[in-house]
Design a protein around this ligand. Structure first.
Ligand SMILES: [Zn+2]
Length: 285
């Protein structure tokens, strides 16, 4: 190698060092003058028992379920709705990750997807969980520094004696010491009507949905597990055990809201929605 060759190698090494320094920096956190909504891939549930939701197999296009988390970037703060499957599942084989007959697949972490857009857990102002089931609270403990907006029914269940024995209790247990705001009824988070937590009890006692009014996309309702499959909505089916628990009334409330606002319903577990939704780092506004 001659001197010039050495210089080229040195220059290349320096460039590499500079590039790796740059790549270690968090991208700039998104700022928005009107609300933005980011959709994250928080895993997939491999599942073939739509009968649990009062649907025949032939009535459901895809019985698997996407697991979706959402970030709202509002000019006055950041709100995370649901935290999906636990990040430690990412890259693990399916047979290790079976809960209640559902296989859990995860390709990417929520933490990594947030970092991709410059957001660390410490920057999330508000945490909202649609409800306390394991496929929604898998990383909730990472957001214990946020203000947790929650209904009493779910809060009491999450820290009751029975829940402390859940295998996934450690995934959210840190929330017990979070700054917690107990909600009753619907709650307008930023006071301008653009981000509203909607009480939709039934699937669990404190189950909630989220209305986000976007400038270009229009109103969107993120409905947690009010529905699992789009076919439940089309064919008007619901799980037998939810018939008398509030789901019927909650669905009527949301359908009326959608009718009045000409809004869209986003069913987070619907594979069709999950596949076609524009994922972060892109966003809806
Ligand atoms: Zn779910």
């Amino acid at each position: 190698m001659n001197l010039t060759g050495k210089s080229v190698v040195l220059a290349a090494l320096l460039l590499l060092a500079a590039a790796s320094t740059n790549s270690a920096e968090l991208p700039t956190q998104p700022k928005a003058t009107s609300p933005r909504l980011y959709v994250f891939d928080c895993g997939t549930l491999v599942y073939n028992r739509p009968e649990d939701y009062n649907l025949k197999r032939e009535e459901v296009k895809d019985s698997n379920m996407g697991v979706t988390c959402y970030l709202v970037v509002h000019p006055k703060g950041l709100l995370l709705y649901d935290t999906g499957l636990n990040d430690r599942l990412a890259g693990r084989p399916l047979y290790e990750n079976i809960v209640d007959g559902y296989g859990q697949i995860k390709f990417n972490t929520l933490g990594g997807q947030l970092a991709d857009i410059g957001v660390t857990p410490a920057k999330i102002d508000y945490l909202v969980l649609s409800h306390y089931h394991w496929d929604h609270v898998g990383n909730a403990g990472d957001f214990a520094g946020s203000t947790w907006l929650v209904y009493k029914g779910d809060h009491d269940q999450m820290f009751g004696k029975e829940a402390r024995a859940y295998p996934w209790f450690p995934q959210y247990s840190a929330l017990e010491h979070s700054k917690t705001q107990l909600l009753s009824g619907d709650y307008d988070v930023f006071g301008d009507g653009t981000v509203v937590v909607l009480a939709t009890p039934g699937h669990t006692e404190g189950h909630c949905s989220l209305l986000v009014r976007l400038r270009n996309t229009g109103p969107v309702v993120l409905s947690g597990d009010l529905y699992h499959y789009a076919e439940e909505r089309d064919l008007k089916r619901l799980p037998e055990e939810e018939r008398t628990k509030g789901t019927v009334e909650s669905r009527l409330k949301i359908e009326e809201l959608l009718r009045q606002t000409k809004g869209q319903l986003w069913i987070g577990h619907s594979m069709e929605f999950f596949r076609t939704a524009r994922k972060s780092p892109a966003w809806y506004d």
